[in-house]
Design a protein around this ligand. Structure first.
Ligand code: CMC
Length: 392
């Protein structure tokens, strides 16, 4: 009862308290559990960052070893679950394949569905962290018509994922350490971003006490949209479009400024950052290193650099505080690594998973927790009398 405030998109409304991630959008600061993203990206690794996000502290050596081992024990998919992939068309987008397979985990792993049983939550956490890379690799293999590879648990998480994605059963696969490190770093940079659309979705679904698999599956679907995780694919499509038009950056920027329907500078702008996204600064450097290392001479990089330069000097973008976000350069790196454009958002999901899990767990442990149930401002018709269909 009382006053209901209208706040489309929750621009000013906090739905929860959280200890996980701190963002100062004006200063361009991002910290996980107090640690600056720059330090984590340079010195940590994705498994350690996952532990940090989920448990709140950096692990000791023993905690790290146990956590990594627990994840390794769960990398296999149930054989029956593999048949799922046959049910999808070969040209299916991998994001709905991913969310469907994650949703199906609820049917295969019924011993880890109780959100209030600590051991079951640990089990579903390990299962998700271990199985999502396998599911993602199989979605890729299905799309290119190649055989699935069983996980090789002598490898680290990212190395194993790369091998299952790009390797072949009977052939040794040499993991390029530069590529593996870059992907690990990209996963760290994507690992959490407080109450973004997909994380809020995970919390919202979980607030009904739905299990972790169901909640994460919903988060993956939220991430699919082009204004969120889908932006990394959309950036590459935009750059390809500019290239096809002879590389004319100026005329594209004019179309954006004229607000042609559906034309935005993808990879620019952010709800929270009104300054350079700190992740984009790190990624720009990684893009340069990886593209050089892989010997890629991608003309799209030049277009991206010119586009960024042009936008940062233009009043339209300056006045609206629009800067490159995390997605502006990631697509170029993923492309150089050999991933198809459609697959980029899957990589975002792999990175974001520990953040989703951390938020779901924090939400369930919050004594102030309530089922998510926003209010509305009703603008429809007043009361009217029903007329039978023959009289309308
Ligand atoms: N290109 C052109 N104009 C833009 C852009 C853009 N990328 N982003 C915002 N604007 C304009 C917008 O038209 C509006 O102008 P005006 O006041 O004249 O109407 C003003 O800037 C404010 O934009 P908004 O849409 O109200 O801002 P928002 O906070 O609702 O949207 C956003 C944030 C990320 C959805 C938006 O900036 C956008 O669509 N960016 C492109 C898509 C993208 O790169 N998404 C990835 C975000 S980062 C990673 C992630 O979350 O997944």
């Amino acid at each position: 009862t009382g006053l209901v405030t209208l706040d489309p998109g929750f621009v000013n409304t906090a739905a929860c308290e959280s200890d996980i991630t701190y963002i100062d959008g004006d200063a361009g600061i991002l910290r996980y559990r107090g640690y600056p993203i720059e330090q984590l990206a340079e010195k940590s690794n994705f498994i350690e960052v996952s532990y940090l996000l989920i448990y709140g502290e950096l692990p000791t050596q023993q905690q790290y070893a146990e956590f990594a081992e627990r994840i390794k024990r769960h990398t296999l998919l149930h054989e029956d679950l593999k048949q799922f992939f046959d049910g999808f068309p070969r040209d299916a987008h991998p994001m709905p394949v991913l969310s469907s397979a994650v949703s199906a985990l609820s049917t295969f792993y019924q011993d880890s569905l109780n959100p209030f049983d600590k051991d079951q939550v640990e089990l579903s956490t390990a299962r998700l962290l271990a199985k999502l890379p396998t599911i993602a690799a199989y979605a890729y293999k299905k799309s290119v018509g190649q055989p699935f590879l069983y996980p090789d648990n002598s490898l680290g998480l990212v190395e194993n994922f790369l091998r299952m994605t790009f390797g072949f059963p009977a052939e040794p696969y040499e993991v390029d350490p530069v590529m593996a490190r870059a992907l690990d770093q990209l996963f760290i940079l994507h690992a959490d971003h407080e109450q973004n659309c997909s994380t809020s979705t995970v919390r919202m679904v979980g607030s009904s006490e739905a299990n972790l698999f169901a909640s994460i599956s919903a988060g993956i679907n939220a991430l699919f949209g082009p204004l969120h995780g889908g932006a990394n694919s959309a950036v590459l499509e935009m750059l390809e479009g500019i290239k096809a038009n002879g590389g004319d950056v100026d005329s594209f920027v004019n179309r954006v400024k004229n607000k042609e329907p559906g034309v935005r500078l993808m990879g620019f702008g952010h709800r929270v950052y009104k300054n350079y996204d700190p992740r984009a600064a790190i990624i720009k450097k990684t893009a340069d290193e990886v593209l050089t290392r892989l010997g890629s001479n991608d003309p799209l990089l030049d277009i991206a650099l010119r586009l960024e330069e042009k936008a940062l000097a233009d009043d339209y973008f300056v006045d609206r505080k629009l800067y490159p976000n995390v997605d502006f350069y990631t697509g170029l790196i993923y492309k150089a690594m050999g991933f198809p454009t459609k697959f980029f958002t899957v990589l975002f999901a792999l990175g974001r998973l520990p953040g989703w899990i951390a938020h779901w767990r924090e939400m369930l442990e919050d004594p102030a927790r309530k089922i998510s149930r926003p209010r509305q401002v009703y603008t429809g018709s007043g009361e009217r009398a029903y007329a039978p269909i023959t009289e309308r």
